[in-house]
Design a protein around this ligand. Structure first.
Ligand SMILES: Nc1ncnc2c1ncn2[C@@H]1O[C@H](COP(=O)(O)OP(=O)(O)OP(=O)(O)O)[C@@H](O)[C@H]1O
Ligand SMILES: [Mg+2]
Length: 286
């Protein structure tokens, strides 16, 4: 089904940190308008995949491809691009451990990011999106997402609670309207209401109505929370183990894993389970 629309295509991806291989051949295709859930035990390589897609310098891709494929068959090699070029091409990653940027207010950060993403040819130092236009758009989006108006005046992620980090991330998503979003769940515990609100907001923004001008987003949700998928029922669920996606299915797979955990997966894929053990034994820096 994703063959006829824009898609983010990952083929045979291998990646290493400090010379130690973490991803061992990942294949994944995300079409616009599709919601994919990525699950898997702690340390299986989910965040590493997100960092590779965004081009984090600590993660070295040693084999494989990541491409943006147009509906017309055009191919854009993401791996050849700098992280900011990837963002301008419409790829967005919400980090599991978002960085604080003391001294930079969320509104200013967003104005820069939005200007760059909407005007990919812009050079640093050139004009930003007009303040008035930006303010009214920000205000409208914050209203829609029930975010307090003062929130945008705070420094990016500095002292944010788990729920506030999540809200900042969703606000970015709403303002940037990327073509593809990788949402790596934040570590900080969210209470049940916050998870429900996040789930609803992601569904609202990611859908055809609130997505980028030309249609819905393709979304990869990395999560251990069943509730986050409540309003974003995944079209596809993938299980990562030992640096590979070992099984894919529909929403029922996510439900099974939430209920029963990963024992069935480990016994069904002994090679990947062995790789998981080896990774634990030699965790980088351990
Ligand atoms: N920057 C890094 N430095 C050192 N080791 C790293 C780094 N990034 C990842 N690793 C190692 O790679 C492995 C996979 O980590 P990753 O963060 O991708 O797992 P994950 O599937 O996202 O786990 P979780 O569910 O806990 O978020 C782990 O053994 C981790 O210690
Ligand atoms: Mg992670």
């Amino acid at each position: 089904m994703s063959q006829s629309r824009d898609r983010l295509e990952i083929r045979g991806l291998h990646a290493a940190v400090d010379g130690q291989e973490i991803l061992k051949g990942v294949d994944l295709t995300i079409g616009r308008g599709e919601i994919h859930a990525l699950m898997g035990p702690n340390g299986s390589g989910k965040s590493t995949l997100g960092y590779c897609i965004m081009g984090h310098p600590s993660y070295e891709v040693t084999a494989g491809t990541i491409e943006l494929v147009g509906a017309d068959g055009s191919r854009l090699d993401i791996l050849a691009m700098e992280p900011d070029e990837r963002a301008r091409a419409g790829v967005f990653l919400a980090f599991q451990r978002p960085m604080a940027i003391p001294g930079v207010r969320l509104a200013d950060f967003l104005r820069h990011a939005v200007t760059n993403v909407r005007n990919p040819q812009r050079k640093e130092g050139q004009e930003l999106m007009p303040m008035k236009e930006f303010r009214s758009e920000l205000k409208a989006k914050m209203g829609e997402l029930s975010i307090d108006a003062d929130f945008a005046r705070r420094y990016v992620n500095e002292g944010f609670s788990g729920g506030e980090m999540k809200r900042a991330e969703i606000l970015q998503l709403a303002m940037l309207r990327p073509r593809f979003a990788i949402l790596d769940e934040t570590d900080s515990g969210l209470d049940a209401d916050a998870v429900r609100l996040a789930s609803q907001s992601i569904a609202r923004i990611g859908g055809a109505g609130g997505g980028s001008e030309s249609g819905a987003m393709g979304i990869l949700i990395i999560t251990h929370h069943e509730q986050l998928l409540e309003h974003n029922v995944p079209h596809h669920t993938h299980v990562m183990l030992g640096g590979r996606i070992v099984e894919s299915g529909g929403p029922e797979l996510a439900a099974e894993l939430h209920k029963r955990g990963y024992e069935r997966i480990r016994s069904a894929y002994p090679d990947a389970a062995a790789a998981e053990k080896a990774m634990e034994g030699s965790a980088v820096g351990a």
